[in-house]
Design a protein. Sequence first.
Length: 414
Amino acid sequence: MFDAKRSPTFVLLALLLAAVSAAARAPQMPTPKRPEPVARPQAKSIPAPDDVAAAPEDAMRTDSGLAWRLLSEPAKTPDRPGPNDMVTTLYTGWTTDGTMFDTTETLGRAREFRVTGVIAGFEEAAQLLSIGEKGRFWIPSELAYNGAPRKPQGMLVFDLEIVGIQRGPQPEIDSAAPPEDAIRSESGLAWVVLEEGAHGGKPPAPGDTILVEYTSYTTAGRMLDTTVYNNEPEVFSLDLTIAGFRETFTTMVPGERRQIWIPSEMTELDGRIVHQDTVVFDMKLLSYLSAPQTPARVASIPPDADRSVTGLAWKVITPGTGERKPAHGDTVEVLYAGWTTDGEMFDAAYLHGRPGRFVLDDSMPLGWNEAIHAMVTGEKRLVWIPEDLAYSGHTGRPQGMLVFEIELLSINPD
């Protein structure tokens, strides 16, 4: 059902959100355990319908060539999904020789997907049914996988039932063109402020990492991508993305939300225009973090640093205001940055656009746990962790002594 090729939409968003490679990495501290393999359930073979080879004469047909008929009673009140929505479905698919190639019976439950995230024929089919209706659809090859390798070939037949609809976001303002009262810059960027940001707040600077909620649209109002469905904000590094984003976010303050029209020439990335038309974003700046400065004494432990019997060393930069110290198993929220002794920063909260949250358990390096166990809320320390208390022996992890700047924001008991 899902397209074997990366659609232009997904290519566009992969490029527009180009900061992911640098910013969306998981924090370095934990050493994850290898998960146990999970056996994939075997699909139950469901017999093909008698008319699987070709659509019957009385089947309805659309202008695209899709043929279909209703298998259930029509819904009393039509409630069909639109292109920007998520649908929950039950379905089974066959090739015209009667071979079943996919079914929700494998999962034992309905499946949820974006209407625009599937093959063209399935996208059209989903929008022809209301909640509770079931239909059979004959999808021509050109609306299916159209010769894509390792995918079912030829015309495909689906029995599809719509179980539920999650309505997708819509542009708050007609996305066709900026309104007359929109703010415009010399570059061609245009925007309307939908929500005011923090009074007296400062915008991020180039090189900062920002945390945002967004939905993107074509000028026709067709949704391209959104953070709404996964309920997870996106992280951007401003020096690794398109000019339209750099200009936008360096003029916004945390809490501000805008609808932004980004012209094609402002979508240039690495010398390539990644969209030939204007792209419209509903974008809210949640927060941002600036790159930390490399400590002056990163190469060696200064003589005036405090030390523990294990060899851990630290200097208190800012005393804390709390009294309680974290215990084993507690979850802590911290701002942090880590360097090797040659001054290379290998991880930092600013790369993720938000503070790190870590459980102080056996998956964490001993020196990291020891350092935080001794801190109180609001305290900020520079910590030198000897190699034997850090990642010694773990492949793919920074080696040698590590230096961390850690600020303890909160403690949440297990």
